[in-house]
Design a protein around this ligand. Sequence first.
Ligand code: PLP
Length: 394
Amino acid sequence: MFERLSAPKQDPILSISVAFKEDPRPNKIDLGIGVYRNSEGQTPIMAAVREAQLVLANTQQSKSYVGLAGDEVFNKAMVDLLLQGTKLHSRAAGVQTPGASGALRMLADLLKQARPDATVWISSPSYVNHRPVMEAAGLTVKEYPYFIAETKAVDEAAMLAQVEQLGESDVLLLHGCCHNPTGADISLDAWKRIAELANSKGFLPFVDIAYQGFGDGLMEDAAGLRILADSVEEMIIATSCSKNFGLYRERTGAAIVIGKTMEETMKARGRILEMARSTYTMPPDHGAAIVAMILNNPQLKETWLTELQDMNARIKRLREQLASAFQAATGSDRFDYFKRHKGMFSVTSLSDEQIATLRQEHGVYLVGGGRLNVAGLKESDIDAVVKAFIAVGA
Ligand SMILES: Cc1ncc(COP(=O)(O)O)c(C=O)c1O
């Protein structure tokens, strides 16, 4: 049966994690896969999550099926977390999905059903899985200009010039905050202009927000998305609890749809449920039950918010320390972009060859394209990373 299959492609990020695990060198450093690590190098279970798990273990009465949309308390909480107080809030409907990855795929399939000739525009570069997910749903994918490699900033003029050309069969995929892989976010003025253009040109905004709380704060990180939600007529959102609740392996996220009318919203939601039924039927419950409990319990919510702020502050500190260490070692401010960027990642200027040498000769692992996971650093690794960068000619 399987003899005609060609060899599968390796995932560019997950394959590096495997190589890292197999590397016997004790001082190896993993700056590849996007997980937060504390100063001991661990990806901790957050205190509020641990507490919620204990309550669930002691009080949950059944493991019976939940329903196609998953946990509706969770769905409402996710919609509220992003949209409460905006114009579109009352017309938004959420469906629990296996991570934001599941949401991206369900929404891509929804787009294919609603508009088979749709083109999804992704940033250049973008999250490594955006193109494969959209293409797997049969959608055409094109890229809009985004990043200036020399200055490590967003090229908003070029981006907006492209967005001005979009029309009714186009979908504009935007990173809600903490752009993956570059770490460079668009300004609030650019969000405002995109909202105006969505209204005048008729394209659909599609926001992927996987790092809410990892940039400037929980509400601040949704500010661009909320500008859209106050002015456009329809939009779709993929959101994740992998990073901000540390629930990576529990596969917890949501697809949010907002149509021009409530009837359209419910029709779109119904189509997602139909697709979920023929894909995985319903999402796993555990992570969503934890998030629903935390967001509806003031004491747990406070504990979660405090820890999230601490994680955020630590990432900012690491960014400062990394930039200063580079400045001290090179006498140049060319690595200052580390402190200008937001969230877990920054894209460095390393070539594929330099990345390979970093890995082989120094045990420092980055993903292809030069993305560095600042949130995966230990303070004690900073000097070794800087030395290794200089040794490969960065
Ligand atoms: C931009 C973006 N979207 C979606 C995802 C997928 O997240 P999840 O683990 O919730 O599936 C990621 C994860 O790295 C991401 O960076």
